[in-house]
Design a protein around this ligand. Sequence first.
Ligand code: SAH
Length: 494
Amino acid sequence: MFLTISATGTPERPATDLGFLLHKHPDNAQTFSTSYGTAHVLYPEASVERCTAALLLEVDAVALVRRGKGKGRGGAPDAALAQYVNDRPYAASSLLAVALSAVFTSAMKGQCNARPELPARPLPLRVEVPALPARGGADLVRALFEPLGWTVTVEAVALDAEFPEWGDSRYVRLVLESERLTLSEALRHLYVLLPVLDDAKHYWVSSDEVDKLLRAGDGWLPDHPEQKLITSRYLSRRWSLTREAMERLELVRLAEADDSAVEEIDNAVGEETEADSEAAAEPEEKSVSLAVQRRDAILAALHASGAARVLDLGCGQGQLVQALLKDTRFTEIVGVDVSMRALTVASRRLKLDRMGERQAERVKLFQGSLAYTDNRLKGYDAAVLSEVVEHLDLPRLPALEYAVFGSARPRTVLVTTPNVEYNVRWETLPAGHSRHGDHRFEWTREEFQAWAERVAGRHGYDVEFVPVGPDDPEVGPPTQMAVFTMTTKEEKAA
Ligand code: SAH
């Protein structure tokens, strides 16, 4: 079984850099012994323009059987011959993946002491796997590799080239091409996805496989649309491990949200977080005012509602909490965010540790995720979600809806979010771009209103819409706000 990895190059960036990255000199053929056979690395071509490394694994079928998991799939498990005559020597499977990581350990980790600048650089890559067992067929192969930035060519392999009437085998020839990926990313994609496509591991899957999966999946698996299938197959459908991996991937995702919140904070000039990215796109003099206008609109709506005890959900670095504190109408203010680091900045901003006792009694900050119901959020007059919903993946939004409108159930809920229609008015915002890197979506007025009306209807609220910022006759305002009020009937019932 084998695969090849090729790079193309120019005199400035010779393709032979691939040798440095793989830690294998193009002039030498090298041999490594692995538990299931011998791995060879050789370079069929190595020039400035083009360099190809081949990894060839000679599987020792006897060793496989001795280790007890050599049965070819499809063969009767007790057929003695099938133990020795099976596809394992030819098909790119978990064996090849293990060899890949054994032979190219540093390359996979993105380490290159000789040329430390190389690993982070994307390069024009081409990977060819001549015989890949693909359970799920060509469509699944595409669904796995395309979201990662690969151009995918999959060809069915005939069972026997001389007898086309026998039809296709379950193998495909796979070619992957990309100019956007680093070698480390490419190897880690293969390391995980080859066994996923083969869907048969040659060894017992134990809990340290979860660590391996998360390490190899770093930077791509948390956001992969087929994450669940990949995780479940990689872990040989062991449900408890799959669940553990899914939970840890979710934490990674939250931590990433955390980091991006901190980036927002780090980038913020004085006051603004979310407004910061808008500020970058917006003409100078208007930029500060939108965040301020948003806060003013929120304060006005809170005043009108008569709320005294207020939740700021997804409070970020606490500007709104600070503004609410200055207004004595608000007797209790609670800021909640998933990001610990954002909360740290917020508490510094509010000078919580130096606050007088009476002031300190009015304010609380705590960490929590809006994707889960939380009893600490019950019993408040109003909740504010300012520029928060668009930070959640759409499939997670119903969980937030339930946590806020179904479980916490304050009388008033204010939700603000960008109006995507307005983006064309930001001169420096490239077409089709959202206002902030972490926005999972941005809605038109119609989309936002449809969502808000559905949520209101489902949970017993009335909803009204308030434009925030200059209300453009054509594209509307830059920020849209929904004011939800619990219907009187619901309130009486409560
Ligand atoms: N409300 C602030 C901050 C908006 S940025 C403002 O208007 O300026 C979005 C904030 O939502 C970030 O601080 C982020 O950490 C937080 N957030 C994102 N997902 C969350 C979740 N699931 N639970 C709680 N907070 C979340």
